[in-house]
Design a binder for this molecule. Structure first.
Ligand SMILES: Nc1ncnc2c1ncn2[C@@H]1O[C@H](COP(=O)(O)OP(=O)(O)OP(=O)(O)O)[C@@H](O)[C@H]1O
Length: 424
């Protein structure tokens, strides 16, 4: 079943869903401490408000660090619900937004790491949670796939391409395509099947190594691209009146009155955006400057989409950049979405942090329309298979209730006549 054949079926559970917005305030880092920076952000005790020094106060769904809740709770409160939704067939997106050096990669955990290593963050927790859930679910068969791309200088690069040369230069074969139901998919990007969190972690690590990073005046290891790690979970939920081992091939069970099998397929985008940057502060030149301009253009397009959505404009400018096209479903579309706004508390970054906070506050007004992604064609096939199984079982039962046929040559009047109710 291809993406384009898969249509989205509105579920009863559907409806409008606000984007969840969390703020993560990192501690002052070494360079800021060395420069004698002071903290310019504070969190109102017992509230979800962040106060900018001599400036505005903004309210969020969650605030971590800087006097807010412990960042250890970020995953459980803001991202775990998305994973729960993923298993119910809802698309999900978690993206980190913020100025360069504000802690997006740290928060997402999308830099190279191993599953057993010490680095943690949103993505490693998602991986663990997905495979824990699969292990604990007895009545469904799962297929998990991952894809990993970056948008670098307005080109989409496949970070999982087996041909590493193709990732070094923008791989022209990766295109954004519209799918039935209004979403988008990437044509030409590799997806890999995975059966464990270790395999998934190895793929994240492999892709992260190919990702474009460079040192700038504001971050020693600055992401120069927007990275999108996509996990697809397909599940075939076996009808409750059949044991899992009866589901494949064995059609002897009597499931005439049971519900048909269910096929759900949902995607989770985990997005580590490149940070907004000012040339004056990053001191970027040449290639770094070009990257910075492209980063800012993508983020500007994202900002315009957020504004248009919150102002209920008729036209939402998704097509203005590859980033906004990729996130089309996640903002105002078929997805449950969490935005994590990352900010530095250093007074030297007050202007940028205030901008991020204002932007994140606006994003709280975005309403998405998540629906359960059910595969109607596969569900129909499943239903027909069940009907066939029912007919076969009925046939077997009737045969058992009939005496064996008499050996040839039988006397004409010794034939038993069989009906649905047994012998007559
Ligand atoms: N919560 C945190 N606690 C401790 N250190 C942090 C935290 N968040 C970020 N840092 C440190 O701050 C620096 C910048 O973080 P990071 O690379 O994640 O920023 P970024 O927003 O992804 O930057 P860019 O947009 O340039 O890629 C790193 O040295 C990182 O280790």
């Amino acid at each position: 079943m291809t993406e384009t054949e898969r249509s989205v079926v509105q579920s009863l559970e559907g409806g409008s869903d606000a984007v969840c917005v969390a703020v993560h305030i990192r501690p002052l880092v070494e360079s800021e401490l060395a420069d004698g920076c002071q903290t310019c952000l504070s969190v109102c005790p017992f509230s979800l408000q962040v106060v900018c020094k001599d400036g505005p106060t903004f309210t969020y769904d969650y605030v971590y660090g800087g006097g807010g809740a412990s960042p250890d709770r970020l995953y459980d409160q803001c991202v775990q619900p998305l994973v729960v939704g993923l298993f119910k067939g809802y698309n999900a997106c978690c993206f980190a937004y913020g100025q360069t050096g504000s802690g997006k990669t740290y928060t997402m955990g999308s830099s190279a790491f191993t599953a057993t290593g010490s680095a943690r963050g949103v993505i490693p927790c998602v991986m663990e949670s997905i495979f824990d859930r699969i292990a604990a679910t007895g009545d469904a068969a799962f297929t998990v796939r991952v894809g990993f791309v970056e948008i670098f200088n307005e080109e989409i690069r496949d970070l999982l391409s087996p041909d590493q040369a193709a990732t070094a230069a923008a791989s022209p074969s990766v295109h954004i395509r519209e799918v039935v139901g209004g979403g988008v998919c990437l044509a030409g990007a590799h997806e890999k099947d995975v059966t464990s969190k270790e395999e998934m972690a190895a793929i994240l690590e492999q892709g992260s190594r190919c990702r474009a990073t460079a040192s700038t005046g504001m971050n020693q290891r600055s992401s120069r691209s927007h990275a999108i790690f996509t996990i697809t979970v397909e599940q075939r939920r076996i009808a409750p009146n059949r044991a899992p081992d009866q589901a494949e091939g064995d059609h002897s069970g009597d499931d005439e009155d049971g519900a048909p099998d269910d096929y759900l397929c949902a995607k989770m985008h985990l997005v580590d955006l490149a940070g907004s940057e000012r040339q004056k502060r990053t001191k970027a030149e040449g290639a770094r400057l070009k990257e910075g301009i492209n980063i800012n253009m993508g983020l500007l397009a994202l900002g315009n989409v957020v504004n248009a959505l919150t102002e209920n404009k008729a036209h939402i400018p998704y097509r203005d950049s590859k980033l906004t096209r990729m996130l089309q479903d996640s903002l105002g579309g078929n997805s449950k979405t969490t935005m994590i706004a990352c900010v530095s508390p250093a007074d030297i970054n007050l202007e940028e942090s205030t901008q991020t906070l204002r932007y994140a506050n606006r994003a709280r007004n975005i309403r998405n329309k998540p629906v359960v992604n059910r595969d109607p064609i596969a569900a129909q096939i499943s239903h027909l298979r069940q009907q066939l199984a029912t007919a076969r079982a009925e046939n077997t039962r009737l045969r058992r209730r009939c005496p064996p046929l008499a050996p040839y040559p039988p006397a004409l009047n010794s034939y038993a006549v069989c009906s649905g109710d047994g012998l007559t």
